[in-house]
Write a protein of this length. Structure first.
Length: 125
């Protein structure tokens, strides 16, 4: 099971939102209070004045730092590249997921680790 599947299992209808291409999902420096699961579409994350970037595909999760860091501020910008369907998870649901399904935390860490490895490979080439 992947982190997104656990998020989907816990979701209610109000936690899914549609975003149009070009729409900003979050901005660098703003307070973060949820993480996102990308059900459909493509999102681009940018940071360091847009010199760094990462493409998030359907099935990935992003923005988890908002749920584990006190007074979290977003590190970069997230913008929809294509029409997107996003699943939002707030801290309360996150803590419930970790308590009820400890593997969720492992799945989330695995997802973040894979994204970092992919990003490192992109930087090397």
């Amino acid at each position: 099971m992947h982190a997104l599947e656990t998020m989907r299992a816990l979701a209610s209808t109000g936690e899914v939102t549609n975003v149009e291409p070009g729409d900003l999902i979050f901005r660098s420096g703003e307070a973060g209070d949820c993480m996102f699961g990308l059900l459909e579409g493509t999102v681009e994350l940018t940071w360091n004045g847009d010199t760094g970037h990462e493409t998030i595909q359907a099935g990935d999760v992003f923005g988890a730092g908002a749920l584990v860091t006190h007074d979290h501020r977003r590190y970069g910008n997230a913008r929809a590249v294509t029409p997107c369907k996003l699943l939002l998870m707030n801290r309360e649901k996150f803590l419930f997921a970790v308590q009820e399904s400890p593997m969720f935390a492992i799945e989330l860490l695995g997802s973040i680790d894979q994204r970092l490895r992919d990003l490192k490979d992109c930087i090397r080439t």
